[in-house]
Design a protein. Structure first.
Lengths: 399, 251
């Protein structure tokens, strides 16, 4: 509690051209994303790369990335409130703001990609409780409400004592929410790429890593823009945490593929991802494993880079690159691989049965995805401008 | 158009109402008489039918399957460019080749109207639904176009409307941004009951030769049940336990 009483928070006050330039670029890209979605809605989805074979595409990669990262971004607040680690307390407010911003961005993409986004009210009023999707609508909106309340309790001095139970509730909620997102795929028993209970815990560790990577980048960016002191001892902790989470993602990916490899019926699918799947194999080994896991791990743990801030930023960016590759393989790769309706036969049809389904994302869906990401970052940066979210400074700790 | 649509959309609600009314009447009129009603009675034998198809692939040539597809297109007013990956296909021609012997056969593939349809399970709004008579449909008024049902269907039975449509037929309301699939010619079934013949079956059944049987799987006396009992048939992906209402012979 000592840290808490001495810690002072303040709105971001900078007015440099750089700062406003960043905000304007983010706002323009978010608006462009909106316009792209409107165009998709008017013309129909045939202007996208998505088809009746690959029904979920790039928008879903972006959306799931943001939603998964959102629950992970809350992690630092949870570590402070739930696990009582006082060192993380100064970062708890931004952690909550960022998680809301990322979730809003992700949900906006999902909503705008619907065939009938105008039917949002239908989605909010008709529930099929056997559908994990319907549950997710409740989990996501509940998450936003709970984290907003949690944020308020943290910021209001008189209510501060309630922030711990609220933090516990938010933590419990996110632990249900992320497997809920993973289960969107885990429950698809018909598709060999999915149909694994491992997707639920895999998505949890992915959320830890992805959310923290975004957190680190935005924390360092906003401190630099506002010329606040950020001692490397604070970054050191985040560096270790990111290394741990990235290793955990790698571990779960290895276990996932090993269990799949054990069953003969999955050999063809594993061969597709790991050996001869073209773009998917390339994405897996080079982008997901190489650039997204191994290289950042090396950068985070290399003794010579322990004090390098730029190494931390680059490692965080690489984790995000790996995240996109990983989600692209899960979402698009899983659909590109054909359904096995007639085992033992060579299958051909007018509806592209039995072939690897092609998918080439169009500019529109890319712009929609980028718009969601920039919109989320914009919300977070505006949040720390209008509210005292960020610590006035994070100087070296006095032991 | 409105009446046809109402007929399709309101049917389950009306059935549910009639069913609960009947249940209420039973409890009021005959207490003590009916002591026990098996919980899964509707799955096996009851007077509620379960409509299904039996497709004899041995009796189908490639041109027969083509005839099925064009009959469905005419009946429901959809068309599909063979090169298009986004056009809807309610029914499609599948060519199977035995990898060892090289033996080939052709079959029509459509919504199999599962008893336990994954598309209905995953639909967030309940737009994807199964009628009491086993027909799986999409309510075009509550479908939000999320395509989760297409992800869940093991048979690739569903299509998403990627473009604006015009000149739709009254029996098959369709709309851009929603998902659709074979309705088992529900408009014919609601009109003719067990005498109905879906368009695909009508196209390939002749006086001297029959390839597709339509009927009530719950009625042991129906022609389809008799034939299933005598000759057996394959349920595609039977391992998934979905119990499709469309069965295949000769696979």
């Amino acid at each position: 509690m000592k840290m808490q009483s001495s810690m002072r928070y303040a709105e971001i006050k900078t007015s440099t051209a750089n700062y406003w330039g960043i905000l304007v670029v983010l706002a323009v890209l978010a608006l462009v994303g909106f316009a792209a979605a409107h165009h998709m809605d008017t013309e129909g989805h045939h202007i996208t790369g998505m088809t009746n074979q690959v029904v979920w595409g790039l928008p879903h990669v972006f959306a799931i990335f943001l939603i998964v990262a959102a629950s992970g971004a809350l992690n630092l607040a949870s570590i402070a409130s739930v696990f009582g680690k006082q060192d993380y307390k100064p970062l708890a407010r931004f952690s909550a703001v960022l998680s809301i911003a990322l979730l809003v961005g992700g949900l906006a993409i999902l909503l705008l990609d619907l065939g009938r986004p105008d039917r949002l009210i239908v989605a909010m009023t008709y529930y099929n409780f056997k559908s994990i999707f319907a549950w997710n609508i409740i989990l996501y909106t509940g998450f936003i409400v709970i984290v907003l309340a949690y944020l308020w309790l943290m910021m209001e001095r008189r209510m501060y004592k309630w922030s711990k139970p609220a933090g516990l509730l938010a933590f419990t909620w996110r632990l249900i929410l992320t497997p809920g997102t993973g289960s969107i795929f885990g429950f698809l028993v018909a598709r060999e790429a999915y149909d694994s209970a491992l997707l639920a815990p895999l998505f949890i560790v992915m959320s830890f890593a992805f959310g923290l990577a975004i957190f680190i980048i935005l924390l360092m960016l906003s401190f630099r823009l506002d010329q606040r002191e950020l001692d490397s001892s604070h970054l050191q902790r985040l560096r270790k945490l990111l290394g741990l989470f990235t290793a955990a993602v790698l571990y779960f990916v290895i276990v996932f593929h090993l269990t799949k490899l054990y069953g003969t019926q999955n050999h063809d699918f594993e061969r597709f991802i790991l050996l001869d799947g073209g773009i998917y194999t390339l994405l897996f080994w080079i982008f997901q494993i190489g650039l997204g896991n191994l290289l950042p791990l090396a950068m985070l743990y290399a003794p010579s880079l322990q004090r390098s801030n730029s190494a931390l930023v680059i490692a965080s960016l690489l984790v995000i690159v790996g995240a996109f590759a990983q989600l692209y393989i899960i979402i698009v790769g899983g659909q590109a691989y054909p359904l096995n309706i007639f085992p033992g036969y060579i299958v051909e049809s007018s509806f592209f049965d039995g072939v690897i389904n092609a998918y080439t994302p169009s500019l529109w869906e890319f712009l929609l995805g980028i718009g969601g990401v920039t919109g989320a970052v914009l919300i977070a940066l505006l949040g720390i401008r209008v509210l005292p979210i960020m610590p006035e400074g994070l100087p070296a700790e006095v032991q | 158009m409105a009446t046809e649509l109402d007929n399709i959309e309101l049917r389950p609600a009306r059935r549910k109402f009639l069913k609960s009314a009947a249940a209420l009447a039973t409890t009021l009129i005959a207490p003590g008489v009916i002591l026990y009603k098996p919980g899964h009675a509707s799955n096996t034998s009851s007077n509620i039918p379960r409509w299904g198809l039996l497709i004899d692939t041995n009796a189908l040539s490639e041109s027969d399957v083509d005839a099925c597809v064009s009959a469905c297109q005419r009946e429901h007013g959809w068309e599909s460019d063979p090169d298009s990956r986004t056009d809807a296909q309610w029914i499609r021609k599948v060519k199977l080749t035995d990898a060892e012997s090289g033996h080939q056969r052709f079959l029509p593939m459509m919504c199999l109207h599962c008893e336990n349809p994954p598309c209905v399970d995953v639909c967030p709004t309940g737009a994807s639904f199964k009628r009491d008579d086993g027909i799986v449909l999409v309510n075009k008024h509550t479908c939000i176009g999320c395509r989760y049902c297409m992800m869940a269907c093991p048979y690739k039975a569903r299509s998403f409307i990627h473009e604006p449509l015009k000149d739709q037929l009254p029996v098959a309301p369709r709309g851009k941004g929603t998902v659709e699939s074979c309705t088992l010619c529900v408009h014919r079934i609601d009109r003719d009951g067990s005498d109905a013949i879906p368009a695909c079956a009508e196209a390939v059944n002749h006086a001297d030769r029959k390839a597709i049987w339509f009927g009530d799987l719950h009625d042991p006396q129906s022609e389809i049940s008799q034939r299933l009992q005598a000759l057996g048939a394959v349920k595609l992906r039977a391992d998934m336990g979905l119990n499709p209402g469309v069965r295949y012979q000769g696979l």
